[in-house]
Design a binder for this molecule. Structure first.
Ligand code: ADP
Ligand code: MG
Ligand code: ZN
Length: 611
Protein backbone atom coordinates (compact mmCIF):
# COMPACT_ATOMS: atom_id res chain seq x y z
CA UNK A 1 0.00 0.00 0.00
CA UNK A 2 2.78 2.35 0.80
CA UNK A 3 4.32 1.60 -2.59
CA UNK A 4 1.07 2.37 -4.28
CA UNK A 5 0.96 5.80 -2.70
CA UNK A 6 4.53 6.38 -3.76
CA UNK A 7 3.84 5.25 -7.31
CA UNK A 8 0.85 7.47 -7.51
CA UNK A 9 2.88 10.47 -6.50
CA UNK A 10 5.47 9.59 -9.10
CA UNK A 11 2.91 9.33 -11.88
CA UNK A 12 1.42 12.65 -10.92
CA UNK A 13 4.82 14.31 -11.00
CA UNK A 14 5.60 12.91 -14.44
CA UNK A 15 2.25 14.15 -15.65
CA UNK A 16 3.00 17.63 -14.35
CA UNK A 17 6.36 17.68 -16.10
CA UNK A 18 4.93 16.55 -19.44
CA UNK A 19 2.07 19.02 -19.24
CA UNK A 20 4.37 21.90 -18.54
CA UNK A 21 6.62 20.88 -21.44
CA UNK A 22 3.62 21.01 -23.75
CA UNK A 23 2.58 24.36 -22.49
CA UNK A 24 6.03 25.75 -23.21
CA UNK A 25 6.09 24.40 -26.76
CA UNK A 26 2.74 25.98 -27.51
CA UNK A 27 3.37 29.24 -25.81
CA UNK A 28 1.15 32.00 -27.09
CA UNK A 29 2.43 34.69 -29.44
CA UNK A 30 3.66 37.70 -27.55
CA UNK A 31 1.50 40.65 -28.56
CA UNK A 32 1.47 43.93 -26.74
CA UNK A 33 -1.29 45.91 -28.45
CA UNK A 34 -4.87 45.18 -27.42
CA UNK A 35 -8.00 46.18 -29.23
CA UNK A 36 -11.65 46.18 -28.23
CA UNK A 37 -14.15 44.22 -30.27
CA UNK A 38 -15.82 47.21 -31.95
CA UNK A 39 -12.57 48.64 -33.21
CA UNK A 40 -11.65 45.20 -34.53
CA UNK A 41 -14.97 45.03 -36.39
CA UNK A 42 -14.40 48.55 -37.71
CA UNK A 43 -10.95 47.55 -38.95
CA UNK A 44 -12.37 44.47 -40.67
CA UNK A 45 -15.08 46.53 -42.34
CA UNK A 46 -12.46 49.02 -43.45
CA UNK A 47 -10.48 46.15 -45.01
CA UNK A 48 -7.47 46.79 -42.84
CA UNK A 49 -7.22 43.23 -41.51
CA UNK A 50 -5.17 40.51 -43.14
CA UNK A 51 -5.84 37.52 -40.92
CA UNK A 52 -7.43 36.37 -37.66
CA UNK A 53 -6.22 33.63 -35.47
CA UNK A 54 -8.23 32.35 -32.53
CA UNK A 55 -6.51 30.65 -29.59
CA UNK A 56 -8.82 29.93 -26.69
CA UNK A 57 -10.46 33.24 -25.79
CA UNK A 58 -8.02 35.40 -27.63
CA UNK A 59 -8.18 36.64 -31.14
CA UNK A 60 -4.86 37.62 -32.66
CA UNK A 61 -5.33 40.14 -35.38
CA UNK A 62 -2.76 40.78 -38.12
CA UNK A 63 -3.36 44.15 -39.68
CA UNK A 64 -2.68 45.22 -43.24
CA UNK A 65 0.58 46.87 -42.21
CA UNK A 66 1.67 43.52 -40.65
CA UNK A 67 1.39 44.86 -37.13
CA UNK A 68 -0.32 42.62 -34.60
CA UNK A 69 -3.03 43.20 -32.04
CA UNK A 70 -4.92 41.09 -29.61
CA UNK A 71 -8.62 41.01 -28.75
CA UNK A 72 -10.31 39.38 -25.84
CA UNK A 73 -13.58 37.61 -26.61
CA UNK A 74 -16.17 36.00 -24.40
CA UNK A 75 -15.25 32.37 -23.66
CA UNK A 76 -18.58 30.88 -24.71
CA UNK A 77 -18.94 32.75 -27.97
CA UNK A 78 -17.41 31.40 -31.14
CA UNK A 79 -15.70 33.73 -33.57
CA UNK A 80 -18.36 33.33 -36.27
CA UNK A 81 -21.12 34.15 -33.83
CA UNK A 82 -19.24 37.17 -32.70
CA UNK A 83 -18.68 38.41 -36.21
CA UNK A 84 -22.35 37.78 -37.04
CA UNK A 85 -23.55 39.65 -34.00
CA UNK A 86 -21.51 42.67 -34.92
CA UNK A 87 -22.79 42.55 -38.50
CA UNK A 88 -19.44 42.35 -40.16
CA UNK A 89 -19.28 42.95 -43.86
CA UNK A 90 -19.37 39.44 -45.37
CA UNK A 91 -17.48 40.52 -48.46
CA UNK A 92 -14.58 41.88 -46.49
CA UNK A 93 -14.54 38.83 -44.30
CA UNK A 94 -13.96 36.55 -47.22
CA UNK A 95 -10.59 38.19 -47.89
CA UNK A 96 -9.41 37.48 -44.35
CA UNK A 97 -7.60 34.34 -43.44
CA UNK A 98 -9.19 32.82 -40.35
CA UNK A 99 -7.47 30.18 -38.21
CA UNK A 100 -8.78 28.52 -35.12
CA UNK A 101 -6.33 26.67 -32.92
CA UNK A 102 -7.12 24.67 -29.82
CA UNK A 103 -4.55 25.28 -27.08
CA UNK A 104 -3.40 22.03 -25.43
CA UNK A 105 -1.41 23.74 -22.68
CA UNK A 106 -1.28 23.07 -18.98
CA UNK A 107 -4.26 25.31 -18.27
CA UNK A 108 -6.41 23.18 -20.43
CA UNK A 109 -5.37 19.88 -18.97
CA UNK A 110 -5.53 21.09 -15.46
CA UNK A 111 -8.93 22.59 -16.01
CA UNK A 112 -10.09 19.26 -17.30
CA UNK A 113 -8.40 17.07 -14.72
CA UNK A 114 -8.34 19.08 -11.51
CA UNK A 115 -11.94 18.37 -10.50
CA UNK A 116 -11.04 14.67 -10.47
CA UNK A 117 -7.53 15.04 -9.20
CA UNK A 118 -8.06 17.15 -6.11
CA UNK A 119 -10.35 14.81 -4.16
CA UNK A 120 -8.29 11.86 -5.30
CA UNK A 121 -5.07 13.51 -4.15
CA UNK A 122 -6.60 14.41 -0.81
CA UNK A 123 -7.72 10.86 -0.17
CA UNK A 124 -4.43 9.40 -1.29
CA UNK A 125 -2.52 11.82 0.90
CA UNK A 126 -4.70 11.02 3.86
CA UNK A 127 -4.17 7.28 3.45
CA UNK A 128 -0.46 7.84 3.02
CA UNK A 129 -0.21 9.71 6.33
CA UNK A 130 -2.28 7.12 8.14
CA UNK A 131 0.03 4.42 6.89
CA UNK A 132 3.04 6.30 8.09
CA UNK A 133 1.54 6.74 11.54
CA UNK A 134 0.80 3.08 11.87
CA UNK A 135 4.23 2.16 10.65
CA UNK A 136 5.87 4.48 13.18
CA UNK A 137 3.86 3.06 16.03
CA UNK A 138 4.73 -0.42 14.87
CA UNK A 139 8.43 0.16 14.88
CA UNK A 140 8.21 1.90 18.21
CA UNK A 141 6.39 -1.07 19.66
CA UNK A 142 9.16 -3.30 18.40
CA UNK A 143 11.70 -1.09 20.16
CA UNK A 144 10.30 -1.93 23.56
CA UNK A 145 12.23 -5.11 23.75
CA UNK A 146 15.46 -3.38 22.85
CA UNK A 147 17.73 -2.16 25.52
CA UNK A 148 17.78 1.55 26.13
CA UNK A 149 21.46 1.51 26.93
CA UNK A 150 23.31 4.70 26.19
CA UNK A 151 26.56 3.98 24.51
CA UNK A 152 29.77 5.85 24.95
CA UNK A 153 32.26 4.95 22.27
CA UNK A 154 36.00 5.34 22.71
CA UNK A 155 35.96 7.89 19.89
CA UNK A 156 33.73 10.18 21.90
CA UNK A 157 36.40 12.53 23.22
CA UNK A 158 34.01 15.04 24.68
CA UNK A 159 32.39 12.74 27.23
CA UNK A 160 35.54 10.87 27.98
CA UNK A 161 36.31 10.41 31.64
CA UNK A 162 39.56 8.97 32.94
CA UNK A 163 40.99 8.16 36.33
CA UNK A 164 42.43 11.66 36.39
CA UNK A 165 38.91 12.99 36.82
CA UNK A 166 38.32 10.85 39.86
CA UNK A 167 40.07 12.02 42.98
CA UNK A 168 40.68 9.93 46.06
CA UNK A 169 39.19 6.40 46.21
CA UNK A 170 42.65 4.91 45.90
CA UNK A 171 41.72 1.32 46.74
CA UNK A 172 38.87 1.33 44.27
CA UNK A 173 41.10 2.67 41.55
CA UNK A 174 43.75 0.07 42.29
CA UNK A 175 41.19 -2.69 41.86
CA UNK A 176 39.82 -1.19 38.70
CA UNK A 177 43.23 -0.78 37.12
CA UNK A 178 43.21 -4.58 36.99
CA UNK A 179 39.96 -4.54 35.07
CA UNK A 180 41.33 -2.00 32.65
CA UNK A 181 44.39 -4.15 32.18
CA UNK A 182 42.27 -7.14 31.37
CA UNK A 183 40.22 -5.27 28.81
CA UNK A 184 43.36 -3.99 27.13
CA UNK A 185 45.39 -7.13 27.32
CA UNK A 186 43.30 -10.24 27.99
CA UNK A 187 45.87 -12.71 26.63
CA UNK A 188 48.24 -12.06 29.47
CA UNK A 189 45.67 -13.24 31.99
CA UNK A 190 44.16 -16.07 30.03
CA UNK A 191 47.55 -17.61 29.31
CA UNK A 192 48.07 -17.97 33.03
CA UNK A 193 44.70 -19.59 33.48
CA UNK A 194 43.38 -16.70 35.47
CA UNK A 195 39.67 -16.16 35.56
CA UNK A 196 38.95 -12.51 35.34
CA UNK A 197 36.05 -11.17 37.30
CA UNK A 198 33.02 -10.82 35.10
CA UNK A 199 31.15 -8.65 37.48
CA UNK A 200 32.36 -5.70 39.50
CA UNK A 201 29.97 -4.21 41.99
CA UNK A 202 30.56 -0.67 43.18
CA UNK A 203 29.01 -0.09 46.56
CA UNK A 204 28.74 3.25 48.29
CA UNK A 205 26.43 6.02 49.41
CA UNK A 206 24.93 8.28 46.74
CA UNK A 207 27.28 10.82 45.24
CA UNK A 208 30.52 9.04 46.06
CA UNK A 209 31.42 8.64 42.42
CA UNK A 210 30.23 5.16 41.46
CA UNK A 211 28.90 6.17 38.09
CA UNK A 212 31.92 8.35 37.53
CA UNK A 213 34.33 5.51 38.27
CA UNK A 214 32.60 3.15 35.89
CA UNK A 215 32.88 5.68 33.12
CA UNK A 216 36.50 6.27 33.98
CA UNK A 217 37.22 2.56 33.55
CA UNK A 218 35.72 2.65 30.08
CA UNK A 219 37.71 5.77 29.27
CA UNK A 220 40.96 4.28 30.50
CA UNK A 221 40.47 1.01 28.69
CA UNK A 222 39.35 2.80 25.55
CA UNK A 223 36.44 0.47 24.99
CA UNK A 224 32.74 0.74 24.30
CA UNK A 225 30.65 1.52 27.35
CA UNK A 226 26.99 0.56 27.67
CA UNK A 227 25.27 2.48 30.39
CA UNK A 228 21.81 1.50 31.58
CA UNK A 229 19.97 2.12 34.78
CA UNK A 230 18.37 -0.78 36.60
CA UNK A 231 15.00 0.88 36.55
CA UNK A 232 15.08 1.07 32.77
CA UNK A 233 14.90 -2.68 32.50
CA UNK A 234 11.62 -2.68 34.23
CA UNK A 235 8.93 -0.71 32.56
CA UNK A 236 5.25 -1.14 32.25
CA UNK A 237 5.12 -4.22 30.11
CA UNK A 238 5.73 -7.67 31.36
CA UNK A 239 8.47 -9.54 29.59
CA UNK A 240 10.17 -6.42 28.37
CA UNK A 241 12.82 -6.39 31.07
CA UNK A 242 14.13 -9.81 30.22
CA UNK A 243 14.22 -9.14 26.52
CA UNK A 244 15.99 -5.86 27.14
CA UNK A 245 18.63 -7.68 29.09
CA UNK A 246 19.04 -10.16 26.25
CA UNK A 247 19.29 -7.39 23.71
CA UNK A 248 21.80 -5.47 25.80
CA UNK A 249 24.08 -8.46 26.20
CA UNK A 250 23.76 -9.38 22.54
CA UNK A 251 24.88 -5.89 21.58
CA UNK A 252 27.66 -6.02 24.13
CA UNK A 253 29.03 -9.31 22.87
CA UNK A 254 29.04 -7.97 19.37
CA UNK A 255 31.20 -5.03 20.36
CA UNK A 256 33.47 -6.82 22.81
CA UNK A 257 35.73 -5.84 24.45
CA UNK A 258 33.38 -3.59 26.29
CA UNK A 259 31.84 -2.68 29.61
CA UNK A 260 28.21 -3.05 30.50
CA UNK A 261 27.33 -0.78 33.36
CA UNK A 262 24.08 -1.31 35.24
CA UNK A 263 23.51 1.70 37.46
CA UNK A 264 21.26 1.45 40.51
CA UNK A 265 21.31 -2.32 40.38
CA UNK A 266 19.06 -2.58 43.42
CA UNK A 267 16.11 -1.55 41.24
CA UNK A 268 16.20 -4.99 39.61
CA UNK A 269 18.49 -6.90 41.90
CA UNK A 270 16.45 -7.02 45.08
CA UNK A 271 15.99 -10.33 46.75
CA UNK A 272 13.56 -12.51 44.91
CA UNK A 273 10.42 -14.01 46.23
CA UNK A 274 9.63 -11.22 48.63
CA UNK A 275 7.26 -9.26 46.51
CA UNK A 276 3.64 -9.21 45.63
CA UNK A 277 1.95 -8.56 42.33
CA UNK A 278 2.87 -8.55 38.69
CA UNK A 279 5.49 -5.89 38.62
CA UNK A 280 7.62 -7.88 40.98
CA UNK A 281 7.28 -10.94 38.84
CA UNK A 282 8.58 -8.86 36.01
CA UNK A 283 11.52 -7.77 38.11
CA UNK A 284 12.35 -11.34 38.97
CA UNK A 285 12.38 -12.38 35.34
CA UNK A 286 14.68 -9.50 34.54
CA UNK A 287 17.00 -10.46 37.35
CA UNK A 288 16.98 -14.10 36.27
CA UNK A 289 17.87 -13.04 32.77
CA UNK A 290 20.81 -11.00 34.05
CA UNK A 291 22.04 -14.04 35.96
CA UNK A 292 21.65 -16.25 32.92
CA UNK A 293 23.51 -13.81 30.71
CA UNK A 294 26.34 -13.45 33.18
CA UNK A 295 26.76 -17.20 33.31
CA UNK A 296 26.38 -17.34 29.56
CA UNK A 297 29.54 -15.75 28.36
CA UNK A 298 32.61 -17.83 28.57
CA UNK A 299 36.01 -16.86 29.85
CA UNK A 300 37.14 -15.53 26.54
CA UNK A 301 34.37 -13.05 26.08
CA UNK A 302 35.73 -9.67 26.81
CA UNK A 303 32.63 -8.26 28.40
CA UNK A 304 32.84 -6.96 31.92
CA UNK A 305 29.70 -6.16 33.77
CA UNK A 306 29.91 -3.35 36.27
CA UNK A 307 27.10 -2.35 38.52
CA UNK A 308 26.52 0.24 41.19
CA UNK A 309 24.30 0.26 44.21
CA UNK A 310 23.94 2.02 47.51
CA UNK A 311 21.96 -0.84 49.01
CA UNK A 312 24.10 -3.97 48.88
CA UNK A 313 22.17 -5.38 51.82
CA UNK A 314 19.02 -5.91 49.79
CA UNK A 315 20.63 -7.46 46.74
CA UNK A 316 19.76 -11.01 45.82
CA UNK A 317 22.48 -13.32 47.07
CA UNK A 318 22.58 -15.08 43.72
CA UNK A 319 23.98 -11.89 42.25
CA UNK A 320 26.88 -11.90 44.66
CA UNK A 321 28.15 -15.42 44.31
CA UNK A 322 31.46 -16.10 42.50
CA UNK A 323 31.25 -15.80 38.76
CA UNK A 324 28.78 -12.97 38.98
CA UNK A 325 29.34 -9.78 40.91
CA UNK A 326 32.09 -11.31 42.95
CA UNK A 327 34.29 -8.24 43.09
CA UNK A 328 32.90 -5.69 45.42
CA UNK A 329 34.46 -2.28 45.62
CA UNK A 330 33.45 -0.13 48.52
CA UNK A 331 33.39 3.62 48.14
CA UNK A 332 33.20 5.71 51.29
CA UNK A 333 32.43 9.32 51.79
CA UNK A 334 35.79 10.98 51.08
CA UNK A 335 38.21 11.88 53.86
CA UNK A 336 39.89 15.24 54.09
CA UNK A 337 42.70 14.43 51.64
CA UNK A 338 40.21 13.07 49.13
CA UNK A 339 37.97 16.06 49.55
CA UNK A 340 40.85 18.35 48.74
CA UNK A 341 41.61 16.21 45.70
CA UNK A 342 38.01 16.27 44.52
CA UNK A 343 37.87 20.03 44.98
CA UNK A 344 41.02 20.32 42.88
CA UNK A 345 39.45 18.25 40.11
CA UNK A 346 36.35 20.38 40.02
CA UNK A 347 38.24 23.65 40.41
CA UNK A 348 40.08 22.97 37.16
CA UNK A 349 37.35 24.53 35.07
CA UNK A 350 36.61 27.41 37.38
CA UNK A 351 38.73 30.55 37.76
CA UNK A 352 39.55 30.80 41.45
CA UNK A 353 40.84 33.89 43.19
CA UNK A 354 44.29 33.53 44.78
CA UNK A 355 42.77 33.72 48.28
CA UNK A 356 40.98 30.41 47.82
CA UNK A 357 42.43 27.72 50.01
CA UNK A 358 41.03 24.35 49.00
CA UNK A 359 42.54 22.68 52.05
CA UNK A 360 40.53 24.91 54.35
CA UNK A 361 37.38 24.14 52.42
CA UNK A 362 38.11 20.45 52.73
CA UNK A 363 38.49 20.96 56.48
CA UNK A 364 35.12 22.58 56.70
CA UNK A 365 33.22 19.98 54.74
CA UNK A 366 33.39 16.70 56.65
CA UNK A 367 30.73 14.27 55.47
CA UNK A 368 30.44 15.89 52.06
CA UNK A 369 30.45 13.46 49.16
CA UNK A 370 32.02 14.12 45.77
CA UNK A 371 28.65 15.19 44.44
CA UNK A 372 28.21 17.63 47.34
CA UNK A 373 31.63 19.14 46.69
CA UNK A 374 30.90 19.47 43.00
CA UNK A 375 27.63 21.13 43.89
CA UNK A 376 29.39 23.39 46.39
CA UNK A 377 31.82 24.79 43.82
CA UNK A 378 29.02 25.19 41.36
CA UNK A 379 26.93 27.18 43.85
CA UNK A 380 29.96 29.32 44.62
CA UNK A 381 30.50 30.03 40.92
CA UNK A 382 26.85 30.99 40.52
CA UNK A 383 27.10 33.28 43.53
CA UNK A 384 30.26 34.91 42.15
CA UNK A 385 28.62 35.42 38.78
CA UNK A 386 25.63 37.06 40.40
CA UNK A 387 28.00 39.42 42.17
CA UNK A 388 29.63 40.27 38.86
CA UNK A 389 33.00 38.95 39.87
CA UNK A 390 35.25 37.31 37.36
CA UNK A 391 36.83 34.95 39.86
CA UNK A 392 35.33 32.74 42.53
CA UNK A 393 36.55 33.98 45.91
CA UNK A 394 36.80 32.24 49.24
CA UNK A 395 33.82 34.18 50.59
CA UNK A 396 31.48 32.69 48.02
CA UNK A 397 32.69 29.17 48.69
CA UNK A 398 32.28 29.50 52.45
CA UNK A 399 28.83 30.90 52.00
CA UNK A 400 27.89 28.05 49.71
CA UNK A 401 28.90 25.45 52.29
CA UNK A 402 26.03 26.50 54.49
CA UNK A 403 23.73 26.72 51.54
CA UNK A 404 24.52 23.14 50.61
CA UNK A 405 24.06 21.93 54.19
CA UNK A 406 21.01 23.90 55.26
CA UNK A 407 19.40 25.27 52.14
CA UNK A 408 19.42 28.87 50.92
CA UNK A 409 19.26 31.83 53.31
CA UNK A 410 15.84 33.30 53.60
CA UNK A 411 16.60 36.92 54.35
CA UNK A 412 13.06 37.91 53.48
CA UNK A 413 11.73 35.55 56.10
CA UNK A 414 11.84 38.24 58.76
CA UNK A 415 11.11 37.17 62.28
CA UNK A 416 9.06 39.37 64.53
CA UNK A 417 10.79 41.03 67.47
CA UNK A 418 9.70 38.39 69.93
CA UNK A 419 10.35 35.43 67.62
CA UNK A 420 13.78 36.82 66.97
CA UNK A 421 14.49 36.97 70.68
CA UNK A 422 13.29 33.42 71.24
CA UNK A 423 15.42 32.18 68.35
CA UNK A 424 18.45 34.06 69.66
CA UNK A 425 18.19 32.49 73.11
CA UNK A 426 17.45 29.10 71.62
CA UNK A 427 20.56 29.14 69.43
CA UNK A 428 22.64 30.72 72.18
CA UNK A 429 21.68 27.76 74.36
CA UNK A 430 22.86 25.26 71.74
CA UNK A 431 26.09 27.14 71.17
CA UNK A 432 26.90 27.69 74.84
CA UNK A 433 26.38 24.07 75.84
CA UNK A 434 28.27 22.82 72.79
CA UNK A 435 31.15 25.06 73.74
CA UNK A 436 31.25 24.09 77.39
CA UNK A 437 30.86 20.33 77.20
CA UNK A 438 33.94 18.23 76.69
CA UNK A 439 33.06 15.74 73.98
CA UNK A 440 31.60 18.04 71.37
CA UNK A 441 32.77 19.51 68.11
CA UNK A 442 33.76 23.18 68.03
CA UNK A 443 31.07 25.66 67.09
CA UNK A 444 31.76 27.08 63.65
CA UNK A 445 28.90 29.45 63.33
CA UNK A 446 25.76 30.58 65.10
CA UNK A 447 23.03 32.35 63.21
CA UNK A 448 19.45 33.48 63.53
CA UNK A 449 19.01 34.02 59.79
CA UNK A 450 16.41 31.57 58.48
CA UNK A 451 17.70 28.96 56.17
CA UNK A 452 15.59 26.38 54.42
CA UNK A 453 13.26 25.08 57.06
CA UNK A 454 14.99 26.34 60.20
CA UNK A 455 14.68 29.69 61.94
CA UNK A 456 18.27 29.66 63.15
CA UNK A 457 21.14 27.26 63.39
CA UNK A 458 24.30 26.40 65.24
CA UNK A 459 26.89 24.79 63.04
CA UNK A 460 29.36 22.43 64.62
CA UNK A 461 32.13 20.74 62.74
CA UNK A 462 34.58 18.08 63.79
CA UNK A 463 38.20 19.09 63.47
CA UNK A 464 39.07 15.88 61.74
CA UNK A 465 37.17 13.11 60.02
CA UNK A 466 35.45 10.73 62.33
CA UNK A 467 34.57 7.18 61.54
CA UNK A 468 32.85 6.29 64.77
CA UNK A 469 31.47 7.98 67.85
CA UNK A 470 31.69 7.17 71.50
CA UNK A 471 29.06 7.01 74.17
CA UNK A 472 30.29 10.17 75.93
CA UNK A 473 30.03 12.03 72.65
CA UNK A 474 26.46 10.89 72.22
CA UNK A 475 25.57 11.86 75.77
CA UNK A 476 26.96 15.36 75.25
CA UNK A 477 25.25 15.57 71.87
CA UNK A 478 21.91 14.90 73.54
CA UNK A 479 22.56 17.74 75.99
CA UNK A 480 23.47 20.10 73.14
CA UNK A 481 20.34 19.15 71.23
CA UNK A 482 18.20 19.84 74.28
CA UNK A 483 19.99 23.09 75.16
CA UNK A 484 17.80 25.18 72.84
CA UNK A 485 14.68 23.87 74.49
CA UNK A 486 16.12 24.31 78.00
CA UNK A 487 17.26 27.84 77.30
CA UNK A 488 13.81 28.87 76.04
CA UNK A 489 12.24 27.37 79.13
CA UNK A 490 14.65 29.07 81.52
CA UNK A 491 14.39 32.51 79.94
CA UNK A 492 10.76 32.71 78.87
CA UNK A 493 9.20 30.07 81.10
CA UNK A 494 7.58 28.80 77.92
CA UNK A 495 8.53 26.67 74.94
CA UNK A 496 7.99 27.23 71.22
CA UNK A 497 7.55 24.95 68.23
CA UNK A 498 11.07 25.94 67.22
CA UNK A 499 12.37 23.11 69.37
CA UNK A 500 10.27 20.42 67.69
CA UNK A 501 13.04 19.30 65.35
CA UNK A 502 15.54 19.08 68.17
CA UNK A 503 13.19 16.93 70.20
CA UNK A 504 12.64 14.57 67.31
CA UNK A 505 16.37 14.21 66.83
CA UNK A 506 16.88 13.64 70.58
CA UNK A 507 14.32 10.85 70.66
CA UNK A 508 15.80 9.17 67.61
CA UNK A 509 19.34 9.39 68.93
CA UNK A 510 18.44 8.14 72.40
CA UNK A 511 16.58 5.18 70.96
CA UNK A 512 19.49 4.22 68.80
CA UNK A 513 21.90 4.49 71.71
CA UNK A 514 19.93 1.92 73.62
CA UNK A 515 18.55 -0.30 70.89
CA UNK A 516 21.24 -0.34 68.23
CA UNK A 517 24.49 0.56 69.91
CA UNK A 518 24.03 -1.36 73.16
CA UNK A 519 25.11 1.62 75.20
CA UNK A 520 22.78 1.12 78.12
CA UNK A 521 24.34 -0.01 81.41
CA UNK A 522 21.14 -1.67 82.52
CA UNK A 523 20.24 -3.58 79.38
CA UNK A 524 23.74 -4.51 78.42
CA UNK A 525 25.59 -4.88 75.17
CA UNK A 526 22.96 -6.21 72.82
CA UNK A 527 20.65 -4.84 70.16
CA UNK A 528 16.91 -4.78 70.28
CA UNK A 529 14.53 -5.12 67.39
CA UNK A 530 15.16 -6.35 63.90
CA UNK A 531 14.82 -3.75 61.23
CA UNK A 532 13.48 -4.94 57.99
CA UNK A 533 12.43 -3.33 54.82
CA UNK A 534 9.10 -4.09 53.32
CA UNK A 535 10.47 -4.72 49.90
CA UNK A 536 7.35 -4.25 47.85
CA UNK A 537 6.77 -0.83 49.34
CA UNK A 538 10.33 0.26 48.75
CA UNK A 539 11.00 2.51 51.69
CA UNK A 540 8.73 1.42 54.47
CA UNK A 541 10.56 0.00 57.44
CA UNK A 542 9.05 -2.40 59.86
CA UNK A 543 10.49 -3.26 63.17
CA UNK A 544 10.25 -6.74 64.47
CA UNK A 545 10.28 -7.11 68.20
CA UNK A 546 12.70 -9.68 69.40
CA UNK A 547 12.29 -8.80 73.07
CA UNK A 548 9.62 -9.14 75.71
CA UNK A 549 7.12 -6.62 77.01
CA UNK A 550 9.20 -6.27 80.13
CA UNK A 551 12.31 -5.35 78.19
CA UNK A 552 10.28 -2.88 76.17
CA UNK A 553 9.38 -1.14 79.39
CA UNK A 554 13.01 -1.06 80.42
CA UNK A 555 13.99 0.40 77.09
CA UNK A 556 11.49 3.18 77.52
CA UNK A 557 12.81 3.85 80.99
CA UNK A 558 16.38 3.95 79.77
CA UNK A 559 15.49 6.38 77.01
CA UNK A 560 13.70 8.60 79.48
CA UNK A 561 16.71 8.51 81.75
CA UNK A 562 19.08 9.56 78.96
CA UNK A 563 16.84 12.46 77.99
CA UNK A 564 16.37 13.47 81.60
CA UNK A 565 20.08 13.54 82.28
CA UNK A 566 20.68 15.50 79.11
CA UNK A 567 18.20 18.17 80.19
CA UNK A 568 19.88 18.33 83.59
CA UNK A 569 23.29 18.77 82.03
CA UNK A 570 22.05 21.49 79.72
CA UNK A 571 20.30 23.27 82.56
CA UNK A 572 23.41 23.13 84.73
CA UNK A 573 25.60 24.64 82.03
CA UNK A 574 23.09 27.37 81.27
CA UNK A 575 22.71 28.26 84.96
CA UNK A 576 26.43 28.37 85.51
CA UNK A 577 27.22 30.51 82.47
CA UNK A 578 24.04 32.51 82.38
CA UNK A 579 25.83 35.79 81.68
CA UNK A 580 27.55 34.24 78.66
CA UNK A 581 24.21 33.01 77.39
CA UNK A 582 22.87 36.55 77.57
CA UNK A 583 25.93 37.87 75.86
CA UNK A 584 25.67 35.42 72.98
CA UNK A 585 21.96 36.09 72.56
CA UNK A 586 22.42 39.87 72.58
CA UNK A 587 25.24 39.67 70.09
CA UNK A 588 23.08 37.47 67.88
CA UNK A 589 20.24 39.98 68.02
CA UNK A 590 22.73 42.66 66.96
CA UNK A 591 24.66 40.84 64.27
CA UNK A 592 22.40 37.90 63.39
CA UNK A 593 25.40 35.72 62.58
CA UNK A 594 28.50 34.94 64.63
CA UNK A 595 31.53 33.30 63.06
CA UNK A 596 33.74 31.00 65.07
CA UNK A 597 36.23 33.74 66.02
CA UNK A 598 33.57 36.16 67.21
CA UNK A 599 31.88 33.43 69.16
CA UNK A 600 35.04 32.28 70.90
CA UNK A 601 36.02 35.86 71.72
CA UNK A 602 33.02 36.02 74.07
CA UNK A 603 34.62 33.43 76.31
CA UNK A 604 38.05 35.03 76.29
CA UNK A 605 37.06 38.54 77.28
CA UNK A 606 35.84 39.48 80.72
CA UNK A 607 32.07 39.68 80.77
CA UNK A 608 30.86 42.84 79.09
CA UNK A 609 28.71 45.05 81.28
CA UNK A 610 25.07 44.26 80.63
CA UNK A 611 23.34 47.40 79.54
P1 ADP B 1 27.03 8.02 42.43
O1 ADP B 1 27.94 7.32 43.39
O2 ADP B 1 25.76 8.41 43.11
O3 ADP B 1 26.85 7.32 41.15
P2 ADP B 1 28.29 9.92 40.76
O4 ADP B 1 29.36 9.09 40.21
O5 ADP B 1 27.13 10.17 39.88
O6 ADP B 1 27.78 9.38 42.15
O7 ADP B 1 28.93 11.29 41.22
C1 ADP B 1 28.27 12.51 41.08
C2 ADP B 1 29.25 13.60 40.80
O8 ADP B 1 30.06 13.84 41.93
C3 ADP B 1 30.22 13.24 39.71
O9 ADP B 1 29.71 13.59 38.47
C4 ADP B 1 31.42 14.07 40.05
O10 ADP B 1 31.29 15.36 39.53
C5 ADP B 1 31.37 14.16 41.55
N1 ADP B 1 32.28 13.20 42.17
C6 ADP B 1 31.94 12.19 42.97
N2 ADP B 1 33.02 11.53 43.41
C7 ADP B 1 34.08 12.12 42.86
C8 ADP B 1 35.49 11.90 42.93
N3 ADP B 1 36.01 10.91 43.66
N4 ADP B 1 36.30 12.71 42.24
C9 ADP B 1 35.78 13.71 41.50
N5 ADP B 1 34.47 13.97 41.39
C10 ADP B 1 33.61 13.21 42.07
MG1 MG C 1 25.12 7.00 40.17
ZN1 ZN D 1 17.47 23.95 68.11
Amino acid sequence: MKNLAKNFLLVFLIFLVIASLFSFSLSLPQVQVTLDITSMVDKINAGKVKSLKVINDKIFVTLANDSQAQVQKEPAESLSELLNNYAVDKEKLKQIKIEVEQDSSLDFWLAALLPFLIPFLLIAGFIYFMMRQVQGANSRALMFGQSRAREVTPQDRQNKVTFKDVAGVKEAKAELVEVVDFLKNPKKFINLGARIPKGVLLVGPPGTGKTLLARAVAGEANVQFFNISGSEFVEMFVGVGASRVRDLFRKAKRSAPCIVFIDELDAVGRQRGAGLGGSNDEREQTLNQILVEMDGFDVNTNVIVMAATNRPDILDIALLRPGRFDRRIILDAPNIEDREGILKVHARKKPLAPDVNLRRIAERTPGFTGADLNNLLNEAAILAARRDKNKVEMAEILESIEKVILGPERKSHILGEREKKITAYHEAGHALVAHKLLHTDPVQKVSIVSRGQVAGYTLKMPIEDKYFQTKSEFIDELAVLLAGYTSEKEIFGDISTGAANDLKEVTRLARRLIMEYGMSDVLGPRTFGKREELIFLGREITEQRDYSEKVAEQIDKEIAKLVDNAVKTAKAVIKEYFSKLEEIANLLLQKETLEREEFEAIFKSSPAPVS
